[in-house]
Design a protein around this ligand. Structure first.
Ligand SMILES: O=C(O)COP(=O)(O)O
Ligand SMILES: [Mg+2]
Length: 225
């Protein structure tokens, strides 16, 4: 029996919802390049991949606020300045996803779930406009529902995206799984009463995601099959 079936008492979930950045794709190289362009426009030194990796996960506005602050704590950043930087970021990140790569094990799990008729969704805090083009460019195939960070009035850790998708699919929380890399993913899944698998390789603000107490922690997604 697969690890996924073990987690569901011998059955398969009917719906699997995935986080995107740090779970399906390693997108930090392109995110960092866009952040560094925003900083360069302001005459500021580049942040680089290592810092940006710890700043990703709360959406584009928080990412640029952290970049302007130069730290994960962005409380002091002026809102008008942040909005101007966000506009520059959206422009810079539209440059494409050439440096973004799909994590090992992802195509295998997606193919395995599709063969079994499991419903699939992506629920990410990345702005919605970037999501479908990125999934297409990386050959990750069709998902039944995509929710971006600006699709709804709230984003993860709020469970609204998960609730919306489960309702659209006519699927209960018991029949659903969330797969993510960060605290926000675990909190959103818990708030929706959905089981959650975490991947150890992603971005969790510099903190091991095991500390967030997922139901299962895997080093690669093909460990589920
Ligand atoms: O844009 C972000 O903050 C990261 O999004 P994620 O929810 O796909 O990890
Ligand atoms: Mg993530």
């Amino acid at each position: 029996m697969s690890a996924l079936q073990r987690l569901f008492g011998g059955e398969l979930p009917r719906l699997v919802m995935f986080d995107l950045d740090g779970t399906l794709v390693d997108s930090v190289p392109d995110l960092a390049a866009a952040v560094d362009q925003v900083l360069a426009l302001r005459g500021r030194p580049a942040a680089g991949v290592a810092k940006v990796k710890n700043w990703v996960g709360n959406g584009a506005l928080v990412l640029v606020r952290r970049a302007l602050a130069g730290s994960i704590d962005h409380a002091q950043v002026d809102e008008a300045e942040a909005q101007a930087a966000l506009a520059d970021f959206m422009q810079a990140y539209s440059g494409g996803h050439a440096a973004t790569t799909v994590y090992a094990g992802v195509p295998e799990l997606l193919g395995w779930l599709r063969e079994r008729g499991v419903l699939l969704s992506v629920i990410t805090n990345k702005p919605e406009r970037f999501v479908a083009p990125l999934l297409k460019e990386k050959g990750l195939g069709e998902f039944d529902w995509i929710i971006g960070g600006d699709t709804l009035p709230v984003k993860k850790p709020d469970p609204a995206g998960l609730l919306r998708v489960m309702s659209a699919g006519g699927v209960t929380a018991q029949q659903s799984l969330f797969v993510g890399d960060s605290r926000n993913d675990v909190l959103a899944a818990r708030a929706a009463d959905v089981r959650v698998v975490a991947v150890s390789y992603g971005y969790n603000h510099g903190r091991p995601v095991a500390l967030e107490n997922p139901d299962l922690l895997v080093d690669s997604l093909d460990a589920l099959i």
